[in-house]
Design a protein around this ligand. Structure first.
Ligand code: MV4
Length: 448
């Protein structure tokens, strides 16, 4: 087991990793920008190193500063959290050159899954169902037209170097194709320095269902069920739940088993999430994330596993102590991402938190780095906390969520807490009848 690990992140996830490490008796090193000197993860860590000014590019993305912090403190491993350098293959390579363990998959796995075409090709070769579309990138409109003719309209054009919804264009007929392709290419070139695009059949009303996997890098891997993340606004997840209200145990075992076997073949190390679109009973692979995800706590709630401790254990080289039949699912969990934003306009609302009170009680978890008097900096994303509730059933979960939200107090900044209280009054939400477009439609309704 490691003696000391460095947490190359901030906010709630830095605290989350720190807690897992401390329970394993591991010393923790926090890194922070000058804007985060008073942050909770800095206060609770055994050591801390200031790595630069507020801007992420000069601090949390500053690889030399983070490597230097490892050298200064003698940290043997780095946990990257999510975002920042968590899917940066070059960072993983550089740490390896310095004999510092990157807690995550190999740089090769990161690279493969970071290239959306390579990821699809790999998934298909490993028996995972993918969305029909071009074999690779499409160079020009003529080849795009041929693919679109084969798969049928509507089609969606996506950036190879993209992900998370950036640089996507839909063409509903041949007349719209040329502009969609050329716009996607130029936007991809501008955003990612790589103008290559690929084409897929456009799925009109899918759900976003993702499968959590855990592998030991030696050929063992299990799946930990799915999360339904369909409730999104501008490609930002708002509400995630496990399990999906749309799946039954047979479907879960089938798609989960395919994914687990694929991860065994890849000798995947660590946690990963395989993202699917789900429509009319069919799964279609879209992307794989080679990092811990924001919404991992709902999987922890229904499996009883601490995913960060599992990450750290496989990073030490320990074989996975589970076979698939050891993984049991129980109950239901929902996570609400609480942002320091106006609940109507979603305008960021940084500033001083005059008072904060977290809900508690059976089945209620709050992952947050807030404290009374904390000043939320304006430089980073607006996530200030995750409310995760667990219940024996989805209904019990929603009752508990309603109660927990009513107890949650944050004074001094605006938050999206009222949004979740509104959602819990909606029949579609109560019945689990929603797809990836539901939330944006709900938010575009004139307020009653
Ligand atoms: C799609 C799609 C429909 N058909 N691909 C958005 C971000 C990235 N994960 C892929 N995305 C989509 N890919 C095909 N072939 C619809 C989306 C999409 C979406 C996917 C998941 C969750 C929310 C979304 C919101 C808009 C579009």
């Amino acid at each position: 087991m490691f003696d000391k690990i460095l947490i190359a992140n901030r906010g709630e996830i830095a605290l989350r990793v720190l807690r897992a490490a401390r329970e394993l008796g591991i010393h923790t090193v926090a890194v922070h920008s000058t804007a985060d000197a008073d942050a909770m993860h800095v206060r609770l860590a055994d050591e801390s190193v200031c790595i630069g000014p507020p801007a992420a590019k000069d601090s949390y993305l500053n690889i030399p500063a983070i490597v230097a912090a490892c050298e200064i403190t003698g940290a043997e491993a780095v946990h990257p959290g999510y975002g920042f350098l968590s899917e940066n293959a070059k960072f993983a390579d550089i740490l390896k050159e310095h004999n510092i363990k990157f807690i995550g998959p190999s740089a090769e796995n990161i690279r493969t899954m970071g290239d959306k075409i390579e990821a699809k090709r790999t998934a298909k070769a490993l028996g995972i169902p993918v969305v029909p579309g071009s074999e690779g990138g499409v160079a020009d409109v003529a080849s795009a037209r041929k693919v679109a003719k084969d798969i049928g309209y509507p089609v969606i054009i996506k950036a190879t170097a993209g992900g998370g919804g950036r640089g996507m264009k839909v063409a509903r007929n041949e007349g719209e194709l040329e502009l969609a392709v050329s716009t996607a290419q130029s936007e991809a070139k501008a955003a990612f320095g790589n103008g290559e695009v690929y084409i897929e059949k456009y799925l009109e009303k899918p759900r976003h269902i993702e499968i959590q996997v855990l592998g030991d890098g030696q050929g063992r891997a299990v799946h930990l069920g799915e999360r339904d993340c369909s409730l999104q606004r501008r490609h930002q997840k708002v509400w995630e739940e496990a399990m999906s209200p749309a799946l039954n145990a047979q479907q879960r075992d089938e798609i989960g088993g395919r994914v687990a076997r694929a991860m065994q073949e890849m000798k995947y190390e660590g946690v990963g999430t395989v993202e699917f679109l789900y429509e009319n009973g069919e799964f279609y692979f879209i992307e794989m994330n080679t990092r811990l995800q924001v919404e991992h706590p709902v999987t922890e709630a229904i499996t009883g596993l601490d995913l960060v401790q599992e990450q750290i254990r496989v990073a030490t080289g320990a074989p996975l102590p589970y076979k698939q039949s050891d993984i049991q699912f129980a109950g239901h969990a929902i996570e609400c991402r609480i942002n320091a934003e106006n609940p109507e306009s979603f305008t960021p609302s940084p500033g001083r938190v005059d008072a904060v009170h977290f809900p508690g009680g059976l089945g209620v978890r709050v992952d947050s780095a807030l404290y009374s008097g904390y000043r939320i900096p304006p430089y980073y994303d607006s996530l200030i906390g995750k409310l995760i509730v667990f219940g024996k059933s989805r209904t019990e979960c929603m009752m508990r969520l309603r109660r927990a939200l009513s107890e949650f107090v944050v004074e001094g900044v605006e938050t999206t807490i009222p949004l979740f209280q509104r959602l819990l009054a909606e029949h579609d939400i109560i019945d689990g009848h929603y797809d990836i477009h539901w939330l944006e439609k709900f938010l575009s309704r004139p307020k009653a």
